[in-house]
Design a protein. Structure first.
Length: 79
């Protein structure tokens, strides 16, 4: 991040990088990025939980005698 600030200082002679980026220090920028990543992580985890619950409710074929999944093979060329 410091290279961004140095690049802005070189390009805009005399301008404060905080005026260009809108942050007075890197702390504000870092806190914003951490909050954004945390929010995305929470949304992902909620979606993963709902998907796992939906898949768990799907019925499966099981053998009556052993309660195991049957070994099913498809003919060559079928998907």
């Amino acid at each position: 991040w410091t290279t961004i600030f140095l690049g802005i200082e070189e390009r805009y002679q005399g301008a404060d990088p905080a005026d260009v980026l809108g942050f007075s220090s890197l702390t504000g920028l870092v806190n914003s990025m951490i909050a954004l990543v945390g929010a995305v992580l929470i949304f992902f985890l909620i979606g993963a939980i709902f998907a796992a619950r939906r898949v768990a409710k799907l019925p499966t074929f099981r053998l009556v005698s052993t309660k195991q999944l049957p070994e099913l093979t498809l003919a060559h060329g079928l998907k």
